[in-house]
Ligand binder design. Structure first.
Ligand code: ES4
Ligand code: ZN
Length: 318
């Protein structure tokens, strides 16, 4: 197994149905589902929003730092088995603080297992604090200030949730502030949103990677820019099919993206919801005949190179 880095993974999207029920039970939280099968029957999405509604209803079971730690450890277990040797994971603190969970508990729960992950799992890791773009810039800025004040370790900021109607340029000041703090900057753009959102993420937010970015193919000048600057795109094939961003794995544009010289990586996004972890994403692409051995090697190398791992760790994994 070639060492890979996973760079586009939402911890909230790693809660498996069984875990949702188990944590609900332990916390005395009443779930609006009759049983596991009833919950599983709801994993058919029409678009990004329909997924977000279910995912963020389910995270209501998370109440204590132990819950957040268990979620993080379960992901590390599964990621290590998938061949992941470095992981940069998103967390959306707003979603939990708004439900009354103290930010310090959220951050302590997640950063505990991450800080030990190299020793416990052979997976180096970093946390990216992501902002719910539909909650606006003021809320994002308050969240950034609050996590900075806690001095819990995190390596960067991201921008996620409902894309259309919430362009990256709305968050210029938050990303400026994050950069001034020495944080890495990434943003979801060009999943459901137009190519102009990718331009804004690059030129206004000055991000180092684009999460998804597949709609860049609609704009030749944008492709040229992304190729020229070798801006990494964290592509999530099973997510794209599940959220109906593309029709099928067979028609996924990843082969075209590689062919055009874009710096593509393969990631799982929300693996508990979209049919699998990063290894399952590779398997799906291979099954569709999309990847030769050289492509797999390129994708693996891209993921390490596009990561924010320190140079000595990158050399170790290349
Ligand atoms: C997302 Cl806020 C959030 N959580 C999980 N997955 C996502 N994809 C886009 N936004
Ligand atoms: Zn995502």
């Amino acid at each position: 197994m070639l060492p890979i880095a996973e760079l586009h993974l939402h911890l909230e999207g790693t809660l498996e149905p069984e875990t949702i029920f188990a944590i609900a039970e332990r916390n005395g939280v009443e779930l609006p589902y009759a049983d596991l099968e009833d919950l599983r029957a709801r994993y058919a999405f029409s678009d990004l929003q329909s997924f977000l509604d279910l995912c963020y209803a389910n995270v209501a079971v998370l109440r204590t730092s132990e819950d957040f730690a268990d979620m993080t450890t379960a992901y590390l277990d599964r990621a290590a088995a998938a061949g992941v040797r470095h992981a940069e994971v998103f967390l959306n603190p707003q979603a939990h603080v708004e439900r009354g969970v103290p930010l310090r508990d959220v951050m302590a729960g997640v950063t505990g297992p991450l800080s030990e992950s190299l020793r416990t799992h052979g997976v180096s890791s970093g946390l990216i604090v992501a902002f719910l773009r539909d909650e606006g810039e003021e809320s994002a800025m308050a969240t950034l200030e609050a996590v900075l004040a806690l001095d819990a370790p995190f390596i960067g900021v991201g921008l996620d949730s409902a894309e259309v109607g919430h362009p990256p340029s709305n968050f210029a000041r938050v990303f400026e502030r994050a950069r001034a703090e020495g944080l890495h900057c990434v943003a979801h753009a060009g999943e459901e949103g137009p190519p102009s959102y990718i331009w804004e993420a690059l030129d206004v937010l000055r991000v180092q990677r684009i999460d998804h970015g597949i709609r860049c193919l609609e704009d030749d000048q944008l492709v040229q820019r992304l190729v020229q600057d070798q801006v990494p795109l964290t592509v999530c094939p099973l997510s794209n099919v599940s959220l109906k961003v593309v029709n099928s794995i067979a028609s996924h544009p990843l082969p075209m993206m590689l062919e055009r010289g874009l710096k593509v990586t393969v990631n799982s996004d929300d693996p508990a919801y979209f049919g699998g972890y990063v290894d399952d994403n590779f398997d799906a692409l291979m099954g569709a005949g999309h990847l030769c051995a050289a492509d797999v090697a390129t994708l693996a190398r891209n993921s390490i190179d596009a990561s924010f791992a320190d140079p000595s760790r990158k050399r170790q994994l290349m």
